[in-house]
Design a protein around this ligand. Structure first.
Ligand code: HEC
Ligand code: HEC
Length: 307
């Protein structure tokens, strides 16, 4: 028998023994499990095919001789045949070039794994879970949730007890301080507090219908204290003459006309969070990273503070 075939058979037998040792010995191995049997059969087929294909090539290398026309050039005695490049190879060559350009400019950058992408997907999935879980909570649970949001997001400016840290931000334990009311009257207000563009006129647009004249400095002082004082005390007449038409008898505002300046409402807080606010104290940033439920919750918490 040809020496090559002998080596082939020895190699095959060796591979089969090794396969059996590695698969057959394991628990529930060859005897019990048809999947293992199929695996081993596949391995055997692969070994046989590999061995005989290799034998075929080796024989070809031993026996075949080259033919065809040689090119003129020689490199240290090594020549080159003048064969056309095979059509399939050429197509593949150009195809791969096109594919390579697509892959490096589009395919890889767009589809590849990225940590940021994974983080964004995880965050989106977590947020969806969170929103589903908390979509329907109300009442004291909503207020508790709002307190957590407040401690995480708002405490840094408004303080642990929401007192505004000595005027650094608004004191949220009462609706509004006198200097903020004064600022709104003198300069007008345009902070989307109703959710839409609905500005309040400045002092040049505010008439006191009791006196029939523009609001005066003294009246501004009085009405500011009146509002800050929870709609009580002196200044009631100025309020009735100038502010009631928009803010209502009790200062609780009217839909689409003016916001409540007597109490906080979740809707008002949500509008402040959506658009930010500029006022007497400074600038309150908008909060794009909170979802609607979190805004509603922190609104409920702030509303609960002044009660
Ligand atoms: C023409 C209607 C109108 C009149 C009159 C009016 N307001 Fe307003 N006021 C508004 C509107 C609208 C807003 C909300 C503006 C905004 O989105 O910033 C507002 C906002 C305010 C704010 C700001 C609230 C905050 O949270 O910053 C205060 C304070 C206020 N008004 C007080 C008064 C007082 C006091 C008077 C009477 C002297 C008065 N307003 C008269 C329409 C009016
Ligand atoms: C970077 C500091 C800062 C952070 C953080 C901050 N605020 Fe404010 N906030 C302010 C300032 C300053 C004002 C006062 C703006 C003014 O009227 O001059 C204010 C005002 C407010 C008002 C009063 C609006 C009105 O109409 O009177 C509300 C409500 C409010 N903040 C809610 C929140 C909530 C809820 C959070 C957390 C989600 C928060 N703030 C986080 C700085 C901040």
């Amino acid at each position: 028998m040809n020496k090559l075939y002998l080596w082939g058979i020895i190699f095959t037998a060796l591979m089969l023994v090794l396969t059996y040792l590695s698969v057959g010995g394991s628990e529930g191995g060859l005897n019990g499990d048809i999947v293992n049997m199929l695996g081993v059969a596949g391995a055997v087929a692969l070994v046989l095919i590999t061995v005989f294909v290799v034998i075929g090539y080796v024989r070809q290398m031993q026996e075949a001789t080259a033919d065809g026309q040689l090119a003129d050039e020689q490199w240290d005695g090594i020549g080159e045949y003048l064969n056309d490049s095979p059509m399939g190879w050429s197509i593949m060559f150009f195809g791969l070039m096109v594919w390579g350009m697509w892959y490096f400019t589009m395919g890889y950058p767009v589809n590849s794994y990225s940590q940021i992408g994974e983080y964004n997907e995880d965050t989106a999935a977590h947020n969806a879970k969170f929103e589903a879980e908390y979509a329907s909570i109300t009442g004291s649970r909503l207020v508790e949730m709002g307190e957590s949001v407040f401690l995480a997001e708002c405490k840094i400016c408004h303080g642990l007890t929401a007192d505004g840290i000595d005027g650094k931000a608004a004191d949220l334990n009462s609706r509004i301080a006198a200097n903020s009311v004064k600022h709104a009257i003198e300069n007008g207000s345009n902070n989307h507090l109703l959710g839409s563009e609905m500005p309040m006129p400045d002092r040049n647009g505010l008439f006191n219908s009791n006196t029939g004249a523009l609001i005066t400095d003294a009246e501004i002082d009085a009405v500011s204290k009146y509002v800050a004082n929870g709609m009580k005390g002196a200044g009631a007449d100025v309020f009735a003459g100038t502010c009631v038409a928009c803010h209502g008898q009790d200062g609780k505002g009217m839909d689409f006309v003016a916001p409540s300046i007597a109490t906080f409402t979740p809707a008002l807080v949500t509008n402040v969070l959506n658009h930010g606010k500029k006022g007497a104290i400074g600038k309150m940033p908008a909060f794009k990273n909170l979802n609607a439920k979190q805004k509603e919750a922190v609104g409920a918490y702030i509303t609960s503070l002044s009660k």
